[in-house]
Design a protein around this ligand. Structure first.
Ligand code: GCO
Length: 460
């Protein structure tokens, strides 16, 4: 029975005067190559292939060799995306699929994406293309990966070749997805590929990633000046456990390391002042001109938001993440904290001169059950509802937000969590590869297709 005070609802809605309903506000769904494609035998090995072979690093000992087999099922996946009535699809290009070891284009690989782009265009779905979502070719890692400055220039060459091949098919490019994750999780914490662990590595890798971004922006300006070109960053607001000065400072320090370290050089051409306090061997190797390249003007910035983090003081590192999270939590153990999204967006807007913002990822892993071919994921639906309202509030407070992408189109390989954690608005049966739209997916479809300008083109 439905009771009046129950927060759950089976539909998504926003106030009638919300900018989210404007005709030019884009709603989409997002994925990434390694997480969905499979088709591994027709591309080069990437760092995630190798990482998955290390015993114990992936919670279910799985890999990306088949994943959702999107490489073979892409046509039905485009139909699926179209059936959700979204305006846009955000996906990434697998560098090891489109570039051969000798640096030349792989024709089969590039044609896969060209067919995909053409099919999207035929359905009037805007393509938001991510050029790097973590699947570095393994042979480049063997040469130092993102710790080697040369990788940034090889990224530029890759971007040059693919963007020429794609021509005018792409609505929006993002150079990198979440350089924080590539650098910190991959090279400092070692929980992501390539699994290196040293405080000396994180910021060096980050600098080369940011340099790669800047170099790619220059290429995009030349090869694709009419597309919306930018970068996608992830943020978690850093809160302090108590009101004590030491905890407050700890949270501020974490924020400098994890959030400001990436946005500030992009917008202002300099790293946070914290750089001066870092041990010399932890500092990035910055050459003359690097910061200008990194701060190339952005057409937009993508913001990925899932949760906030809480910190307390720590004698050794200055800050420590509080592991005991306040409820409610998602299946990832991440606190559901929609007000953090409003806070984050308003804070960024007050701190920086921002380009237009797109929320390029937001969503939740939930313990889904498929029963009689239905997934009643009310918990995920509630997550979307509260986060859409948080975005609405940020827009009301003056932030220029132009789009929203649900993470993810479908359940997929959730990195170190393997296939155990499900983020999709579409359920994937990994035995049969059958896709089933969850209740949240149906609600999303109903929401986007009921916008005033869709029903009546003269409104909005
Ligand atoms: C990220 C990545 C996605 C993840 C998602 C859930 O933000 O980490 O872009 O690939 O799957 O965020 O963790």
């Amino acid at each position: 029975m439905l009771t009046e005070c129950h927060p759950s609802q089976t539909v998504l809605h926003v106030p009638k005067d919300s900018k989210l309903l404007a005709a030019d506000f884009i709603f989409g769904v997002a994925t990434a190559s390694f997480q969905i494609e499979g088709g591994a035998s027709s591309r080069l090995e990437c760092i995630w292939d190798k990482f998955c072979q290390i015993p114990g690093v992936i919670s279910d000992n799985s890999d990306g060799l088949v994943a959702c087999d999107h490489y073979h099922l892409w046509e039905q996946d485009i139909e699926l995306i179209a059936s959700l009535a979204v305006d846009a699809y955000r996906f990434s290009i697998s560098w090891p699929r489109v570039i051969q070891q000798n640096g030349q284009l792989n024709e089969t690989g590039i044609n896969f994406y060209i067919k995909l782009l053409d099919a999207l265009q035929a359905k009037n779905i805007k393509a938001f293309v991510t050029l790097y979502h973590w699947d570095l070719p393994q042979h480049l890692e063997d040469n130092g990966g993102w710790l080697n400055r040369e990788t940034a220039f090889l990224f530029r060459n890759y971007v040059d070749l693919v963007t020429q091949a794609f021509g005018k098919r792409v609505y929006s490019y993002s150079t990198l997805n979440e350089p924080f994750c590539s650098a910190y999780l991959g090279y400092e914490l070692g929980v992501h590929a390539p699994g290196l662990k040293s405080p000396k590595y994180g910021k060096k890798a980050a600098h080369h990633l940011l340099l790669a971004h800047g170099l790619a922006m220059q290429v995009l300006l030349k090869n694709s000046p009419d597309s919306l070109n930018g970068i996608v960053l992830n943020f978690s607001p850093c809160h302090s456990l108590t009101d004590q000065e030491k905890d407050i400072q700890a949270a501020q320090l974490a924020d400098q390391h994890f959030n400001q370290w990436y946005i500030r050089p992009l917008i202002e051409g300099k790293y946070p002042d914290l750089i001066k306090q870092l041990p010399v061997e932890h500092r990035p190797d910055i050459l003359d001109g690097d910061m200008e390249i990194i701060a190339s003007p952005l057409g937009y910035m993508g913001v990925n938001y899932y949760t906030r983090e809480i910190y307390q003081t720590d004698a050794q590192n200055g800050f420590a993440k509080v592991l005991n999270k306040p409820l409610p939590l998602t299946d990832m153990g991440w606190e559901i904290y929609p007000q953090g999204l409003t806070e984050l967006l308003v804070d960024l807007h007050q701190t920086y001169t921002l380009p237009p913002i797109y929320i390029t990822e937001n969503g939740a892993a939930m313990p889904d059950k498929i029963i009689n071919n239905e997934v009643n994921d009310q918990d995920r639906l509630d997550y979307y509802q509260t986060h859409l309202m948080a975005i609405d509030e940020a827009i009301r407070q003056g932030v220029d937000i132009r789009g929203y992408f649900a993470w993810s189109l479908m359940d997929n390989f959730e990195w170190a969590e393997g296939y155990v954690k499900r983020f999709g608005i579409v359920y994937v049966d990994y035995q049969t590869l059958q896709r089933t739209i969850k209740a949240s997916g149906l609600a999303y479809r109903n929401f986007v297709s009921a916008r005033p300008h869709i029903n009546n083109p003269s409104i909005g």
